[in-house]
Design a protein. Structure first.
Length: 421
């Protein structure tokens, strides 16, 4: 087994593999990539999985790729905070900006391992979709990754990181046992913080009973054991804090940064956690399929409307964003806590491109929304709207808070199947 590197040294090796001349680049080049929403779970899972895959036999370098342009890293201060605990910075990670162009990186010279999704999307899918060799994911199985792929792990958990920790646990143990030096214990503590961030965020500090599974609890126990195994003056702000760790404090720090969108314009709020699907599999008769766009925001629609300058101004901002993404259906999902501390979900769905799309979205509301999601009109209909040309928009408060984008997006994709533009 190869000697254990720091995360920073590993990322430097990965960067070098992308920047060397194609004639001496490793072939095939293996990538690990999260989904295009690039939330904390996707970003950290890709880093940790690539790190341990590269350290286990046959020691094939796996390059972790953030599924966003470099400029979008600035929209994710929670990621920067977790990276700091892992002794790296956003400058160390690799993004779509660093991915070589098709003139120097041929699809047939690559292999792709998906994490936190099991169907490649967007521009990456157009170029490299046929080169996917496996996945580790906690969403619904979309049937895109071959059944004989290795690894092919699709299991419902609160955080995909829980599955990554389970997949890598044996390698991690072997590395730690091979060299139990203070330096190695520090490296493993840093890696543990990388894992812990999304584990706590996605399960609300293991307190969300609708999301937290035994697999999540096991993963937290594994990484906390690595954190407590060493005192770390590098991470301490005072001598007295060497080795200090408090789960609640760490969770509060990361969640506060994740939820603080006060300085972001509405467009940045919508693009921070954006994910899109195209129903291309339904377009075999000359149509182009439909585009479903989804944005998640960690504040209420009242907050977003106030930030935009009123409900009408928010709708105008949403229209501009939807038009720029050329989506047929735009979905915005919000989460927040009310004054009593109660967790609240809200949902807006906008069918934008014709009567067939409107009819399909209404079918979703009638068949799924009212009963399964517990939808009730938000704000006396202030964000609702429709016109005679095939545009229909509704906003609701969602009583069933257990249903997130993981469940709602597949519901909408099902009713949109077969419609062509």
């Amino acid at each position: 087994m190869a000697p254990q590197k720091t995360l920073q040294a590993f990322l430097a090796t990965a960067r070098a593999a992308l920047t060397v001349p194609p004639s001496i680049r490793p072939t095939p080049l293996h990538f690990v990539v999260g989904n295009e929403s690039a939330d904390l779970d996707s970003l950290c899972s890709a880093l940790l999985l690539a790190y341990f895959r590269s350290h286990e036999p046959p020691h094939t370098l796996h390059v972790p790729l953030c599924h966003i342009p470099r400029e979008d890293l600035a929209l994710r201060p929670e990621f920067s905070a977790v990276l700091k605990r892992a002794a790296v910075t956003p400058d160390d990670v690799l993004t779509l900006t660093e991915l070589p162009g098709r003139d120097t990186l041929k699809p047939e010279d690559t292999r792709w391992l998906l994490v936190d999704h099991n169907a490649m999307t967007g521009d990456l899918n157009q170029a490299f979709g046929s080169r996917v060799i496996g996945c580790i994911d906690h969403h619904d199985d979309e049937g895109k990754v071959p059944l004989d792929a290795k690894p092919r792990v699709i299991e419902k958990t609160g955080s995909c990181m829980s599955l990554v920790v389970k997949q890598c646990e044996g390698t991690w143990d072997a590395l730690a046992e091979k060299n139990d030096s203070p330096e190695n214990r520090l490296i493993n503590r840093q890696l543990a913080y990388l894992a812990l961030g999304p584990l706590l965020i996605d399960t609300s500090n293991l307190g969300n009973k609708d999301k937290t599974t035994a697999r999540d609890e096991h993963a937290v126990a594994v990484v906390e054991a690595r954190i407590s195994a060493v005192t770390d003056p590098v991470l301490a702000t005072t001598k007295a804090e060497e080795g200090y760790y408090d789960r609640a404090d760490f969770f509060d720090e990361v969640s506060r940064l994740k939820e603080d969108i006060s300085q972001m314009p509405i467009r940045d709020v919508l693009r921070k956690d954006y994910k899109e699907w195209t129903t291309v599999e339904d377009a075999d008769d000359g149509g182009s399929g439909l585009r479903l766009g989804t944005s998640s925001a960690p504040q209420s629609f009242a907050f977003l409307a106030d930030k935009a300058g009123g409900e009408g101004a928010f709708v105008e901002e949403l229209e501009r964003w939807s038009a720029s993404k050329k989506v047929d259906v735009m979905v915005v999902l919000t989460t927040h806590k009310d004054e009593s501390g109660k967790f609240i979900r809200e949902l807006l769905v906008w069918a934008r491109t014709g009567p067939e799309v409107v009819a399909a979205v209404k079918k979703f509301v009638d068949a799924e929304g009212k009963e399964k999601l517990g939808l009730s009109t938000w704000g006396d209909g202030k964000l609702d709207g429709e016109d005679g040309e095939g545009s229909w928009r509704r906003c609701w408060t969602q009583a069933n808070t257990a249903k997130s984008r993981k469940q709602i997006a597949p519901m909408l994709r099902d009713v949109l199947k077969g419609i062509k533009t």
